[in-house]
Design a protein around this ligand. Structure first.
Ligand code: NAD
Ligand code: APR
Length: 254
């Protein structure tokens, strides 16, 4: 992959439709830690991943109490979008994007002004809480407000265990959302993976799907990924500076 940012800008200006896949790296500039980067949550605390898988969460009220306290403190709830999110909104408004498939649960693409119909949250959202028994969904702030009196707030409708509507390890992805993400990868002629280590499946496999259907693969990431070899271009750097530069060039020549 020897193409550079001006090649990618030209591709972005000329393509029929681009699909973007984002990961935690697009939100680190908004103050939300990623998982596997140098300051990542798993990098710093490898046990965290094992501790919060869905079976342990269901079985252990003490783990739930810890996770509720962590959710309360989570930067993802109050973070603001950064220039990387805004650059994608500019590209979307210029009709360049088919969809943004995001592994992030922070809702920052929508908060930056992206049309929610163009955002596919394949790992769910932290802004809603879901009952693991009846499926009822409640805005997260309403459930966090109950934490004063209840350390493990259960579903008001059925009494079931509740959890942030995020996809934890061991939970399945929403089939409808995943199908839409696969279609967006199949139907684009340019696929940009931004701020993701591309190490978690099935989402990382969207890169293979896109390439198999004739798309060019472009990776924007601070560190190497397993898909760098398959990419037509790898832009190594912070998404919050690379994406605005890319959008500026693409929309000028567009
Ligand atoms: P989850 O149940 O999958 O758990 C992931 C775990 O990350 C948490 O439960 C906890 O163990 C750990 N974690 C999260 N925030 C933490 C913190 N502040 N301190 C210590 N550990 C913390 O659910 P989740 O945390 O809601 O994450 C769901 C999804 O979030 C992950 O599947 C991943 O897709 C994604 N993610 C999103 C962003 C973002 O939105 N910018 C950043 C990193 C990860
Ligand atoms: N600019 C560009 N890249 C960045 C930046 C930045 N400002 N900050 C971090 N990165 C890179 C890191 O180097 C890392 O390669 O973003 C990548 C983030 O990778 P992960 O931490 O693995 O996050 P992600 O790929 O979203 O994780 C995928 O794993 O834990 C599960 O379900 C969770 O959705 C998550 C999935």
């Amino acid at each position: 992959a020897t193409a550079n940012i001006s090649d990618v800008a030209a591709w972005l200006a000329e393509c029929e439709q681009a699909t973007v896949l984002t990961g935690a790296g697009i939100s680190t500039a908004s103050g939300i830690p990623d998982f596997r980067g140098p300051q990542g949550l798993w990098t710093r605390n490898p046990a965290a991943a094992a501790m919060f898988d869905i079976d342990i969460y269901r079985a252990d009220a003490d783990v739930r109490r810890q996770v509720w306290q962590m959710r309360r403190a989570s930067p993802a709830l109050t973070a603001e979008p950064n220039d990387a999110h805004r650059a994608l909104v500019d590209l979307d408004r210029a009709g360049r994007l088919r969809a943004v498939v995001t592994q992030n649960i922070d809702g920052l693409h929508q908060k930056a002004g992206m049309d929610p119909a163009h955002v596919l949250e394949v790992h769910g959202t932290i802004h809603e809480v879901e009952c693991l028994s009846c499926g009822r969904r409640t805005p997260t702030p309403e459930v966090l407000a109950r934490l004063e009196e209840e350390s493990d707030p259960h579903c008001l409708a059925c009494g079931g265990i509740q959890k942030a509507a995020t996809v934890s390890f061991g939970q399945r992805l929403d089939p409808g959302v995943l199908d839409a993400a696969v279609a967006a990868a199949e139907e684009c002629d340019l696929f940009l993976a931004v701020g993701t280590s591309l190490t978690v499946h099935p989402v990382a496999g969207l890169c293979d799907t896109a390439v198999l259907h004739g798309a060019r693969l472009v990776i924007v990431n601070a560190e190497p990924t397993p898909y760098d070899e398959a990419a037509a271009a790898v832009l190594r750097g912070p998404a919050e500076t690379v994406l605005p530069e890319l959008a500026k060039r693409a929309l000028r020549t567009g």
